[in-house]
Design a protein around this ligand. Structure first.
Ligand SMILES: Nc1ncnc2c1ncn2[C@@H]1O[C@H](COP(=O)(O)OP(=O)(O)OP(=O)(O)O)[C@@H](O)[C@H]1O
Ligand SMILES: [Mg+2]
Length: 342
């Protein structure tokens, strides 16, 4: 069994080339503090965030694209691998995506977590390469293609050509940085403390990357900073969109910087093809429009943007020769930088 796994800051997605997407859940684990026993995973554990008694810890094992809590990451992976491979005799081969520009120590943490969670063989695939394959781009062509993956914890951008990354960059601060910006805005402007999940709900419900005539409103529930009592506050789509402008600017700035260091021949190709946007946060309305305004290059959102990375990782693995330590990936010979066989 071959699996593509995207263990991200916000979500864990597992893809099997024949069966499709098997798992798409929040990457949250809840464990008993004293015994370390697993209490809940995924959506159920996400519900517990910020609501746990002292005896239970609910947390995201991956923060800003890297494993922040190894034991929780392993528990999460073990739970879902077990669910996916329930009646299989052999352990699965796994391709797991990692953000660009993470250190070797951080890469190794991913490999070890996946192996000890029950994989037979692990291969790392850079997140943008996986996203490009998942978005059905033919990355083997001698043409520059640009992909920008906007996730929960990191924004990764790269220019791919001839199965490799010509230029790549990564910044920390994506979907969750937007949630934080909304929390800050609510605190300073309305004197209301809200939770991260509430901020995310407001973002998904109201945010737009470009100003638009939007009349939508939502109630934000939280705690008043002055009275300390629970309170509701009506917020408009325009307020939320404005509070995100700085975070969005840092994303477009990063894309601009990548374009600035892209060799001119590849730049010309990107100009023709446009920039492909993937990742959950690419679903924000108006994002392609904003990219075009700032960089002058057209952009489009891939189909199923939040699942592209896992799909691409799974497909890349299909081409990996299972016997050879030297990768012969046929169409897909990337910098699959590390592997561990059990
Ligand atoms: N419709 C939407 N509008 C804006 N943001 C959205 C929308 N849907 C999801 N998001 C955001 O997308 C982010 C999750 O994206 P994704 O699942 O790609 O992240 P991830 O892979 O877990 O993180 P990373 O790759 O950074 O480690 C969350 O911050 C979520 O709030
Ligand atoms: Mg991701």
């Amino acid at each position: 069994m071959n699996l593509g796994i995207d263990l991200g800051t916000s979500r864990i997605v597992i893809y099997e080339p024949r069966a499709g997407v098997l798992v798409d859940e929040p990457a949250v684990v809840a464990v008993d503090r004293a015994s370390g026993r697993l209490v809940a995973c995924g959506a159920e554990a996400e519900e517990m965030l910020g609501r746990t008694p002292a005896s239970i810890i609910a947390a995201r094992p991956v923060q800003k694209g890297v494993i922040a809590d190894y034991e929780l990451a392993e528990k999460l992976l073990r739970y879902y691998l077990h669910r996916v491979c329930m009646n299989k005799i052999t352990k699965p081969c796994v391709a797991v995506s990692v953000a660009e520009q993470v250190t070797e120590v951080e890469q190794r943490a991913f490999i070890e977590a996946v192996v000890s969670a029950g994989a037979r063989r692990v291969t790392l695939v850079p997140e943008t390469v996986a996203a490009a394959i998942g978005a059905d781009m033919d990355v083997s062509l001698p043409r520059g293609q640009m992909i920008v993956n906007i996730g929960g914890g990191t924004v990764d951008a790269s220019v791919l050509s001839l199965k490799g990354e010509a230029v790549c960059a990564s910044v920390r601060g994506a979907g969750m940085a937007m949630d934080e910006a909304i929390m800050r805005y609510m605190r300073t402007t309305h004197g209301l403390l809200i939770s991260e999940l509430m901020a995310e709900r407001l973002k998904i419900g109201l945010a737009s990357a470009v100003p638009c005539e939007d009349e939508r409103t939502m109630y934000a529930a939280g705690r008043d900073t002055l009275t300390g009592l629970p309170r509701k506050q009506l917020v408009t789509a325009q307020e939320i969109s404005e509070s995100l402008s700085d975070t969005l600017l840092s994303i477009t700035d990063m894309v601009r910087q990548v374009l600035e260091i892209t060799p001119p021949e590849l730049s010309g190709d990107i100009m023709e093809n446009g920039v492909c946007l993937t990742g959950g946060a690419a679903r924000m309305p108006g994002l392609p429009d904003l990219m075009r305004r700032i960089t002058g290059i057209s952009a489009y959102v891939a189909e199923n943007p939040a699942q592209c990375v896992a799909i691409g990782a799974g497909r890349a693995l299909q081409y990996a020769s299972s016997f050879s330590a030297v990768y012969d990936l046929g169409n897909f010979s990337y910098r699959l930088s590390d592997t561990v066989t059990n």
